[in-house]
Design a protein around this ligand. Structure first.
Ligand code: AMP
Ligand code: ZN
Length: 273
C-alpha cells in the first residue's frame, strides 16, 4: 500500500516536470532518507542519474554520511561525484559558518540558513561544470509546507519562490534547474519507504541543526493532518505563481559571477558582511 502510494506520487511529479529518460540528472545526496529515496526511485523508474555529494567535513557525522552514500551508489550502480568543502573552500562548514556568524551584528543567521545558501551555490556551480540537465533534491511535502509557513511568519513570502516541483524555467546557461521528485510525498511516508526498502540511510539529524526555525515550525505542522498539510502546499503554489510573475530577471552576481536576482548573490552577501 505505502509502496504504491509513494511511487504513484513520485510518478505524477515526474510527469508534471516532463522529465525525459535521456536527461542526465544529478541527485543531490546528503546521506539522509529523502535524497536516498529520491535516487532509489529515479533509478527504479529508469532515469539517467548520477549522485552528487558535498562533504561538509562535520566530523564523524560527515564520515558516516559519506560512507552511507557510497554504499547507496554501489547498490544503485550509479556514479558519485564528491565536492570536498575543505579542499575546495579551505575550511569545514562549521568553520565557514562560525566565521560568517562572528561578523554579523544583531540577529545572526541561524546555522541551517547559512549552510543552505552555501550548499545551493555549490550545487549550481558544480552541476553546471558536470553538464547536468537538472539537479534533483530530496525535498518532501513537509519541507515545502514548512518553508512556506516560515516565510509567511517572517513576513517575506517572496522568499517562497523556490517552492514548487521545479525551479522557474529560466533560459540561462549558468542556472541549472532544480527538481523535487518527492514534492507530493509526506515525510513520514518517505521514512517508512526507506525502512521497508532497507536503504542505506543516516537517520540521525545533522549535529549543527541546532535552534533552527524550521524545527520549531516542523513541531507545529506535525500537529495538523495530512489533508491540511496538502492544502497549505496547494494554496501556496497559487500564491507563488503570482510572485514568480513579478520576479526580477536573473542576472549575474557582480562578485562571483553566479546567477542571481540581485546585484550580489546570497552567498556573497553573507560572506562579505
Ligand atoms: P537540507 O538543506 O539539509 O534540508 O537538504 C535539502 C536537500 O538538499 C536534500 O534532500 C538533498 O537533496 C540536498 N542536500 C543536503 N545536504 C547535502 C549535501 N551535503 N550534499 C549534497 N546534497 C545535499
Ligand atoms: Zn556571488
Amino acid at each position: 500500500m505505502l509502496e504504491q502510494k509513494v511511487e504513484a506520487q513520485v510518478k505524477k511529479t515526474l510527469k508534471e516536470i516532463g522529465l525525459s529518460k535521456k536527461d542526465r540528472i544529478l541527485v543531490a545526496l546528503s546521506g539522509g532518507k529523502d535524497s536516498s529515496v529520491t535516487a532509489y526511485l529515479l533509478k527504479k523508474f529508469g532515469y539517467n542519474i548520477e549522485g552528487f555529494h558535498i562533504d561538509l567535513k562535520i566530523g564523524s557525522y560527515s564520515e558516516k554520511c559519506f560512507k552511507t552514500i557510497q554504499e547507496l551508489c554501489n547498490l544503485l550502480q550509479i556514479k558519485l561525484h564528491t565536492y570536498d568543502i575543505k579542499k575546495q573552500m579551505g575550511n569545514s562548514m562549521c568553520y565557514l559558518r562560525s566565521a560568517i556568524q562572528s561578523k554579523q551584528q544583531g540577529n545572526k543567521l541561524r546555522n541551517c540558513a547559512i549552510c543552505g545558501v552555501i550548499k545551493k551555490w555549490i550545487m549550481n556551480k558544480e552541476a553546471r561544470k558536470l553538464k547536468a540537465k537538472m539537479i534533483a533534491t530530496g525535498h518532501n511535502l513537509d519541507d515545502e509546507a514548512q518553508t512556506f509557513l516560515m516565510n509567511i511568519f517572517k513576513g517575506s513570502p517572496k522568499l517562497s519562490s523556490n517552492i514548487g516541483i521545479k525551479t522557474k524555467n529560466i533560459a540561462d546557461k549558468k542556472f541549472v534547474t532544480r527538481i523535487k521528485p518527492l514534492f507530493y510525498v509526506l515525510e513520514e511516508d518517505v521514512r517508512k519507504y526507506s525502512k521497508n526498502k532497507k536503504l542505506p540511510v543516516v537517520y540521525e539529524p545533522c549535529p549543527c541543526a541546532l535552534n533552527s526555525y524550521r524545527i520549531e515550525i516542523r513541531k507545529f505542522l506535525n500537529k495538523i493532518s495530512e489533508k491540511e498539510k496538502r492544502k497549505i502546499v496547494k494554496n501556496s503554489e497559487k500564491m507563488i505563481k503570482k510572485i514568480k510573475k513579478q520576479e526580477k530577471e536573473i542576472s549575474y552576481c557582480s562578485m562571483c559571477g553566479e546567477p542571481s536576482r540581485n546585484k550580489i548573490c546570497k552567498m556573497c552577501e553573507i560572506i562579505k558582511k
